[in-house]
Design a protein around this ligand. Structure first.
Ligand SMILES: [Zn+2]
Length: 388
């Protein structure tokens, strides 16, 4: 597995004054921070000296995420950046005494707005990917329009327009694009969707979010809330808590938050005994620190919402019996408490006048985009760079 580290894409050389080179690599799946330090000849004390909360955080490194390494003129590692969420990254660097240090730093990114206007040739998925080079945008489109449009009724030439945002880090897109508004024709009939007040609504202001999450331990107290990035003024450090903690006595049953399929059962770094379930629309839930799993839990098994999957415990790095529940959308940690309250299907938008105003502004942008002149530049992939 360690061999994989050498499949590194050379992005640019000599960008830094001292002939340093910046190399990009993908975090190999199944590799922990400890494995990585060992294979890169970086002292393991960097990991062992972390506090419990930080050790839990480094378990969050996402397989396949884009990481960067700065190499000095002698070929030695100088700095490494590894993202752990949309907002926070691990920064390993050499201090003035040439000793390696590890901190958590905010990801510096800029968010750009793009518009896309195309006519269907093959399918929305393929045509969006072809026009933008971003299959992430195709996926986002499918999630937003998948239940709205009947794809079988599409005709060649039907129009598709999107207004969306994309984050860029070091000049390259990262994270998931967010569709702000969009229009899709289905055999010349137009369907609109709008992202307003953190939810999707159709033209009439009817909420499209149908996905229901239930509490994993009904009645349990939330002992620690989700926080994507917070600065500790005393410790002068950045921290994050990429999940919601529920305190409950050892042995209390933990229930699946939605229907899905088990994708992981076993020990997972600071999370101890962990079970992960994948759900529709790119969601995944993670249940950590459990004392034991329910009978028959194994990878590939389907579970239904409310089914008992494990029991509260305090395995891994945990100070007392609790459930750490992580919720991910396309592998990015999101706040479970914000989505669990979406309960009524078909709810209408609250401030209708405000929504109508938002719609007018967005419709104008969509209309302009249909001319095509605002189409974003195609994303460059790294296949054309030399492998070393
Ligand atoms: Zn937690």
């Amino acid at each position: 597995m360690i061999k994989k580290f050498f499949i590194i894409f050379l992005v640019c050389v000599s960008v830094y004054a001292k002939n340093y080179s910046l190399q990009e690599f993908k975090w190999p799946s199944g590799i922990t921070l400890l494995d990585f330090l060992e294979s890169s000849n970086i002292p393991l004390s960097l990991y062992y000296n972390l506090e419990a909360e930080e050790k839990e955080l480094v378990t969050e490194i996402i397989a396949d995420s884009d990481c960067d390494m700065l190499i000095d003129e002698t070929g030695k590692v100088d700095q490494i950046l590894v993202p752990i969420s949309d907002e926070l990254q691990i920064h390993i660097y050499k201090d003035k005494e040439n000793k390696f240090k590890l901190t958590f730093t905010p990801i510096i990114y800029e968010e750009k707005t793009h518009s896309l206007g195309i006519n269907i040739e093959k399918s929305p998925y393929l045509d969006i990917s072809k026009a933008t080079g971003s299959s992430a945008l195709s996926n986002a489109f499918m999630v937003v329009f998948g239940k709205v449009v009947n794809f079988r009724k599409l005709q060649k030439g039907d129009a598709l327009v999107l207004h969306y945002t994309q984050k860029y880090r070091l000049g390259k897109p990262y994270g998931n694009p967010r569709i702000i508004s969009g229009m899709m024709e289905e055999n010349k009939k137009s369907y609109y969707m709008y992202y307003y007040d953190s939810k999707y609504y159709d033209e009439k202001g009817k909420m499209a979010e149908k996905f229901l999450f239930r509490l994993p331990v009904p009645g349990a107290r939330v002992s620690s809330k989700f926080s994507p990035k917070r600065y500790h003024p005393v410790l002068k450090r950045y921290r994050a808590h990429l999940g919601t903690d529920y305190a409950a006595p050892k042995g209390t049953p933990i229930k699946a938050v939605a229907d899905g399929k088990v994708v992981f059962v076993g020990k997972k770094g600071g999370y101890g005994n962990t079970i992960e379930i994948s759900h529709i629309n790119g969601y995944k839930s993670l249940y950590a620190h459990t004392s034991k799993f329910a009978k028959g839990m194994k990878v590939g098994r389907n579970v239904s919402q409310g089914q008992i999957i494990a029991y509260i415990g305090t395995t891994g790095l945990s100070t007392g019996p609790h459930l750490h529940l992580g919720l991910y959308k396309n592998n990015r940690a999101i706040d479970f408490e914000k989505v669990v309250y979406v309960e009524k299907d078909g709810e209408f938008v609250k401030e209708k006048a405000k929504f109508e105003k938002f719609k007018r502004v967005e419709n104008e942008k969509l209309q302009n985009a249909m001319g095509g002149y605002q189409n974003p530049p195609k994303i460059v992939t790294f296949d054309n760079f030399i492998k070393i």
